[in-house]
Design a protein around this ligand. Sequence first.
Ligand SMILES: [Zn+2]
Ligand SMILES: [Zn+2]
Length: 261
Amino acid sequence: MTIKKPIQFRAVHTKTRWRRASHESVANALGNKRGARALFDHLNKAIDYSKHGEPLYVLIWDERLPGSGEIVKPDHSRWDGLQHAPVSDQEINRFESGAAASDEDLDLFFARANPSLAKARLREVSDGPATSLRELPTPETEAQLEEQLQAKIQDSRGITADARRQRLLVASSSPVRIEVRTTAFIRNADVIVEVLERAAGHCEECRRPAPFVRASDGTPYLEVHHIVPLSKGGNDLVENAQAICPNCHRRKHYAQSDQTI
Ligand SMILES: [Zn+2]
Ligand SMILES: [Zn+2]
């Protein structure tokens, strides 16, 4: 006869909604070796996260003790990294017998346990991105798409890590797919080849060898950049082009100055 582990453990992931396990003690069930903290922090190497999805909540109870149920979720502002709320035996039985445990249902336990905190949290979540960002129109061009993303990144930098994580908990994991217009130039292939030949496998900016060879044809990977951009009226000529490595290329387009960090 095997000795049963009395502490019941149910993990609610984004994909697997009710994963069953059991532990010898509450400390093990919550702990950072194989318990809830290890699960939330991706420290338990036995868990297949791609199969089960991100862990959101853990319910635990001692089957010898009625009324011992609780639900926890990650909260790095707490001493133990977890937020706790009680769960009744009836609720546990309901979930155990197959009732769906939605994120909203499970979050209600925390709301009931701490009404003021829950209110603050709900306000943060429903606020979402800054008002000006919530009403952004669907981008029509690639440039608008990039501009909106950059504005949202600035917004995300401007909130606390806690607020950001709360937002992540309720965010959709499947991005909306849209079509956008792009403007492009039909470039002269002879200019590209001529400039690549001139560079002979070395970046014309930092002089280092190309970082790798292309899988398609085995030639050194360099990017042909226009010194005066085509979009600003530059000419598609060998004299206005240079073959440079990806780092130098990105630096030319995005760096504050030519300084390296
Ligand atoms: Zn370079
Ligand atoms: Zn360029």
